[in-house]
Design a protein around this ligand. Structure first.
Ligand SMILES: [Zn+2]
Length: 512
């Protein structure tokens, strides 16, 4: 750097032009990328684009001597799902939605139904809905969310734990050896309406092969009103079945009925790649910066705008990660730790790319994960936000950064939405690595509720488009905080560690 060049990574961020700030998101959100679904032409193009950007920035290959970490997934699309008992047939998309994760053209499962409350079994909250009952080979019916949703004295109250997420319920049902699961949907307990279930479960669902080894034959949702009708065929009421679900003494309720689940199924192999680069520091120990490059694709058979461009989810976050890489690389001689840049894929399919990375890397070398997700593109915010920071000593670093920047420190106000479990920081956290989703906070200088508006109107719709009118100052601010966090971790005498009770089950084992 010349004498009048930037003096530290923060200045690189400050001096970056608006044109450069918008370039990455503008490209990734283009219609020609077709919504960047993994295993599609647009998905592949986004991988090649990231590889080129990393090379252009002068970053080193980050995985097995290359930039690409290809892996295989299986994709399943299940249509015309029907759930039948004598005298009643419930159908998709009005009553039920779900997917058969099996390489079979038709779905036909018949088994005894058991209601298992919230389907939760964990020592973390001293809770066991199974009580040793043998549910192998059964169809489990479980309530969405966790008991804290109904009783604020239980679990974490209105803040949802991972035990309230549908993905956890599927994991637990697998461990219990069940054959199928139906999660009971209400708008309040799921946190979103049936239309969201319909859209996301009606399209292709992707899985890592490892998670299929002992998988359920069918996983899906049933509307609470439809469950009411199902129970009525046996003279049961929903209230009877739900009665003890908020008690630790709850016992599974066999429903005395056999349920038959049928449908038509398509399957294929999906190949995609994470794109990984690194900036070598003085030590092999590393901090992983991540952002997912995939989004949910397009619907060529729909008239009008049919591309889910994913400009904010997650083009802006990729732009933030790239700018952080550029700023840190300009001062690489000063980095005590190596920085890994992980542009991961298949996040929208269930964080599959980041799980694949975390499971297939030397985790003992990773000190922390700093993830970018749906990075705000608007004017500056009055705060710095660290989703999940409170679990670890990363929170202290972020509070100091906020103070130094003259900002407030905040967590996402929407704790009922479980965002910590819904982006790529989560696989790192589950494998024992302190992790945070870093962002400018929700209190924007204009007073506008930009995040709320995004979640209500734009999130996972075809309206998530690039807008040349964005200020992008909150994006710049996010990157400034991220490079400051990397510096602080580097300066700190002790590496990041957990400090609070975790609200999710750990997968941490000795690596290797
Ligand atoms: Zn998304």
């Amino acid at each position: 750097m010349g004498s009048d060049g930037p003096r530290d990574p923060r200045e690189v961020v400050d001096l970056t032009s608006r044109e450069e700030l918008q370039s990455v998101v503008e490209f990734l959100a283009h219609d020609l990328l077709e919504g960047r679904a993994p295993g599609t032409r647009g998905g592949r193009l986004s991988e090649l684009y990231m590889q080129s950007l990393f090379k252009l920035l002068g970053l080193r290959p980050g995985i097995d001597g290359g930039y690409l970490q290809p892996f295989r997934m299986k994709g399943y699309t299940t249509r015309h799902v029907a759930v039948g008992v004598p005298g009643l047939e419930l159908r998709s998309p009005d009553d039920v939605m779900g997917v058969q994760a099996r390489d079979e053209p038709s779905l036909d499962v018949e088994a005894e139904a058991v209601f298992v409350g919230f389907g939760i079994r964990t020592p973390l909250f001293g809770w066991d809905d199974f009580k040793g009952h043998d549910v192998r080979g059964k169809v489990l019916i479980v309530r969405a969310n966790d008991p804290g949703h109904c009783d604020p004295s239980l679990f974490e109250g209105a803040s949802v734990t991972y035990f309230g997420r549908w993905s956890y319920k599927i994991e637990e049902a697998r461990r219990a050896g069940a054959r199928a699961i139906l999660i009971v949907h209400t708008d309040e307990s799921a946190g979103y309406d049936w239309g969201v279930v319909e859209r996301s479960w009606g399209r292709e669902n992707v899985f890592l092969p490892s998670s299929l080894e002992n998988d359920l034959e069918f996983q899906g949702w049933i509307r609470e009103e439809s469950l009411r009708r199902l129970l009525a065929t046996k003279g049961l009421s929903l209230d009877d079945v739900y009665r003890d679900t908020l008690k630790e003494t709850f016992e599974p309720v066999p429903l005395g009925m056999s349920i038959r689940i049928t449908g038509e199924n398509e399957f294929r192999t999906v190949e995609a790649a994470n794109v990984v680069a690194e900036i070598s520091g003085r030590s092999e120990r590393r901090i992983v910066l991540s952002a997912h490059i995939d989004h949910i694709g397009h619907q060529p058979d729909q008239p009008g705008d049919n591309v889910f461009n994913g400009a904010i989810d997650n083009g802006s976050a990729v732009a933030a990660m790239v700018l952080a890489a550029k700023a840190l690389n300009a001062f690489r001689e000063e980095l005590p730790y190596t920085i890994t840049l992980l542009a991961c894929t298949a996040e929208e399919g269930g964080l599959l790319g980041s799980y694949h990375y975390v499971r297939n890397t030397d985790r003992s070398s990773i000190l922390a994960n700093v993830n970018f997700e749906s990075t705000p593109v608007w004017e500056r915010s009055r705060s710095v936000m660290g989703v999940g920071a409170h679990y670890s000593t990363l929170e202290g670093h972020l509070k100091e950064i906020a103070a130094e920047e003259g900002l407030l420190y905040s967590e996402f106000s929407r704790t009922d939405q479980g965002f910590f479990y819904r982006s790529d920081q989560f696989p790192f956290a589950r494998y024992g690595i302190p992790a945070v989703w870093i962002s400018a906070g929700e209190d924007f200088e204009s007073g506008q509720d930009h995040f709320g508006e995004f979640l209500r109107n734009t999130y996972h719709t075809v309206r998530d488009d690039f807008d040349p009118g964005w200020e992008l100052e909150a994006l710049r601010q996010t990157v400034r905080s991220a490079v400051m966090l990397v510096e602080r971790i580097g300066r700190s005498p002790e590496p990041p560690r957990w400090k609070a009770r975790l609200t999710f089950p750990s997968e941490a084992r000795e690596p290797g």
